[in-house]
Design a protein around this ligand. Structure first.
Ligand SMILES: [Zn+2]
Length: 258
């Protein structure tokens, strides 16, 4: 059994797919991917994903506002995050975090929003999903200052081993996406080799970042299998072993019964 620990099901284009989203999820299930965490990117998707999880089994969601926003958004209020995050199929707060690479001009907004997500995560006792790029020291500093008891995950990890070690030391999990399969991702594969198996997750971040050999086409949850296979090969273990470990980690972190 595999889990896609981070996808955006509400952003998949299923317009020319017979059966729509159900067909996408069935395709994943037929390749052994049995659980999905669909991550919110703004308050509208936080709400609509709650409805989506009610229509599909084995789909869970989060509540949050992505740090990269094309149009300015108000900083989400802690109370508003908390009240949505208390819904039963909502298992996490995020994605949130800091990105100086794509959007350094909004860093003050990002920081305030990140703090609100961390505090909401503390209040509701559900883990936080963190996006970080080119903001290592400040990301770690805020994680430490507002550390949620329920922990969290550094999603779509693309940083150094040193950054991974700092997040692991705070009890966080590290999640790898299809980027790990990219030709030029040598440094990241090195990190994927070192992260302890009991602290690792795999994800697609679909519809973005399709793994090799599907680069250029829309990504979807079934391709988490390619991500898992790549890391299993790196580590010299079977796909089943990696799948079992990452699925157990997913259930532990997000408090999801088997
Ligand atoms: Zn994402």
């Amino acid at each position: 059994m595999l889990v896609d620990s981070h996808c955006h099901l509400d952003h998949l284009d299923v317009s020319d797919r017979e059966g729509g989203l159900s067909a996408v999820l069935n395709a994943a299930q037929s390749r052994g991917v049995t659980k999905f965490l669909s991550v919110a990117v703004d308050m509208a998707s936080s709400r609509s994903l709650i409805e989506l999880t009610a229509r599909h089994d084995n789909v869970y969601s989060s509540v949050g506002v992505h740090p990269l926003q094309k149009t300015p958004q108000p900083v989400p209020e802690i109370d508003e995050l908390v009240s949505l995050a208390q819904q039963p199929r909502v298992v996490a707060v995020g994605e949130t975090g800091l990105d100086n690479f794509y959007s350094s001009e909004t860093i003050d907004w990002q920081r305030q929003s990140f703090i609100h997500h961390l505090r909401a995560s503390q209040q509701v006792n559900k883990p936080v999903i963190i996006h970080t790029r080119d903001a290592r020291d400040e990301t770690i500093e805020l994680m430490r200052k507002y550390q949620p008891d329920a922990g969290g995950v550094m999603h779509c990890f693309t940083e150094s081993w040193e950054m991974a070690e700092r997040a692991l030391a705070l009890g966080f999990y590290i999640s790898f996406s299809g980027i790990v399969t990219f030709k030029n991702a040598e440094q990241l594969r090195d990190v994927a080799l070192k992260v302890p198996l009991d602290r690792m997750l795999v994800e697609t971040d679909s519809p973005w970042l399709a793994p090799v050999p599907y680069r250029g086409s829309q990504n979807e949850p079934q391709y988490v299998r390619e991500v898992a296979q790549c890391i299993a090969d790196l580590r010299g273990i079977s796909l089943e072993h990696l799948a079992e470990a990452t699925s157990a980690n997913f259930q532990r972190l997000f408090q999801i019964p088997a």
